[in-house]
Write a protein that binds this ligand. Structure first.
Ligand SMILES: C[S@@+](CC[C@H](N)C(=O)[O-])C[C@H]1O[C@@H](n2cnc3c(N)ncnc32)[C@H](O)[C@@H]1O
Length: 231
């Protein structure tokens, strides 16, 4: 039987569409100059975290950082933790590389590859302290719902990679997706809603994101969810 990670024809269902072009000169330059230093090239094998970072400390992972402003902010605010951002959007990778280099951050690295494959292969079980998925593509049309990142098998996969007590923070500006997130998260055995059963996080601790600002301009609401892995 096909899982949500693959279609009936065995072609994987992607939660993103790569759009060609659109790299600015400075993003291209940052990719050329800083890729080797701050991007971890994808390989379908567990990361050796002690060779990626100079300190062995808390690991925070953001899936789908977009242009990376909020991830950069979090990494600057919390130099005692290590951060890995995963995204496939090259302009965002270029923009984030500019920020990492400008602040000479040693605690933030990027993986530019499909997060489903990265989560499957690159992280050992019980290795992540906090995982964020902020404003994933909402795929509003019914025929595209299968492309949504937050589905039960993906959440089961990431849950395995969390340490006991680790937190998962999700946010969306799309109510129907928030409800789907809540249903999937509440149904995942090893996760507990930190806000109480079926409750959203009303005053989330996180920077505002670019996609969130866009949603607000369009009059959308915002829903945050905070779950932790049962210890
Ligand atoms: C709607 S944007 C939100 C970006 C950012 N979190 C924000 O709030 O501004 C979603 C991002 O997730 C990325 N994305 C979607 N599916 C992904 C996947 N499977 N692997 C890696 N990145 C993915 C997209 O490239 C895009 O940058």
């Amino acid at each position: 039987m096909a899982t949500q990670l693959e279609s009936d024809s065995k072609r994987p269902i992607r939660s993103y569409v790569i759009r060609a072009g659109r790299l600015t000169v400075s993003q291209r330059r940052a990719i050329d100059l800083y890729w080797q230093r701050y991007v971890i090239d994808y390989a379908a094998e567990p990361l050796q975290l002690d060779s990626v970072f100079s300190t062995n400390t808390k690991l925070i992972v953001e899936i789908g950082f977009g242009m990376g402003d909020s991830l950069l902010h979090m990494a600057r605010q919390d130099p005692a933790s290590n951060f890995i951002g995963i995204d496939v959007h090259r302009p965002g990778v270029g923009k984030l590389l500019q920020g990492i280099a400008a602040h000479e951050l040693g605690n933030l690295k990027i993986i530019c590859h499909d997060a489903k494959e990265v989560m499957q292969h690159c992280f050992c079980a019980q290795s992540i302290d906090r995982l964020l998925i902020l404003f994933p593509d909402p795929w509003p049309k019914k025929r595209h719902h299968k492309r949504r990142l937050v589905q039960s098998d993906f959440i089961a996969l990431i849950t395995k990679k969390l340490k006991a007590g680790a937190e998962v923070h999700l946010a969306t500006d799309w109510q129907a997706y928030a409800e789907q997130m809540m249903e999937v998260m509440e149904a995942t055995d090893e996760l507990t809603n930190q806000m109480g059963s079926a409750q959203y996080w009303q005053e989330p601790h996180r920077p505002q994101t670019k996609f969130e600002r866009r949603g607000m301009r369009l009059g959308h609401g915002v829903w945050d969810l905070l779950f932790s892995k049962v210890g």
